[in-house]
Design a protein around this ligand. Structure first.
Ligand SMILES: C[S@@+](CC[C@H](N)C(=O)[O-])C[C@H]1O[C@@H](n2cnc3c(N)ncnc32)[C@H](O)[C@@H]1O
Length: 244
């Protein structure tokens, strides 16, 4: 990733660290974050050693730890890491980039990453690093923005809000990339992963007002299974094979 882009992301998250949880840890946001977390946790080993890349304020680690296990989080933003330490006092957090993970080979049973992958200019490096630090038969599970109908207008919204200097947790133009199934299969298999499974999740959007949000939540499981073109997060789980 270019240093300028990485600095822009880091500065943004340092600036909004104190309000981040207003977005994802209040009723609508909590429903959304819990939903994507459960979606990923279904594929991850429970009670294992987990690395969460781009851990933010520790929302996923907190949920993962409630089922046992131990987790370490890395993130570019020092202020997000400070919030994560307050949230999960028993976990380890450190400043670090997903593209240069500060851990030895074969250290973790599982790697997770929520709402980060689309920001990476060099996702191949992140996957290479995730592969390196995973133990053989370890699992990776990520969730990010998918290339679907509902996400098409997002870059324009980011750009407008940035020009208008709106301080919003997610409104920022980082040149995100929106992935489809084929791209995900390609980059995960190029990194050496097997058992690659791509699924779609999320239909109830945080910015929907009630009762629309409640309705969207009710139909969410149906949409994800039967009309995935309306879901906006793409999730990938994959395994590091036993033999290299
Ligand atoms: C939308 S937040 C998601 C935070 C958390 N995963 C969650 O689910 O709430 C994106 C986070 O990714 C971090 N981030 C972005 N690019 C990163 C990179 N290359 N390496 C590590 N962290 C990164 C940001 O600092 C920010 O905390």
């Amino acid at each position: 990733m270019s240093t300028a882009k990485q600095e822009k992301i880091q500065e943004h998250y340092d600036a909004i660290a104190d309000i981040y949880d207003n977005h994802y840890d209040l009723p609508h946001g909590r429903c959304y974050h819990t939903h994507i977390s459960r979606h990923l946790m279904r594929s991850l080993p429970h009670g294992a050693a987990l690395l969460d890349i781009g851990c933010g304020t520790g929302l996923f680690i907190e949920k993962y730890m409630s089922a046992g296990g131990n987790a370490v989080g890395i993130d570019l933003s020092q202020r997000m890491i400070e919030r994560a330490r307050l949230r999960c006092a028993t976990s380890d957090f450190m400043i670090g980039a997903g593209e240069t993970i500060p851990f030895a080979d074969n250290s973790f049973d599982a790697v997770s990453s929520l709402l980060v992958f689309s920001y990476l200019r060099d996702p191949e490096s992140m996957l290479r690093e995730a592969y390196r630090v995973l133990k053989p038969r370890g699992t990776i599970a990520i969730c990010t923005l998918g290339k679907k109908l509902i996400t098409r207008g997002i870059p324009a919204l980011y750009l407008i809000s940035e020009k208008m200097k709106v301080k919003h947790v997610v409104m920022k133009d980082f040149g995100e990339h929106y992935y489809d199934e084929g791209e995900m299969y390609d980059i995960f298999s190029c990194a050496g992963f097997t058992n690659i499974r791509v699924t779609w999740c999320s239909f109830a959007h945080i910015d929907m007002i009630d009762p629309l949000f409640q309705f969207a939540r009710k139909v969410e499981p149906f949409v994800e299974r039967r009309i995935p073109q309306l879901a906006y997060n793409i999730c990938v789980t994959a395994t590091k094979p036993e033999e290299e």
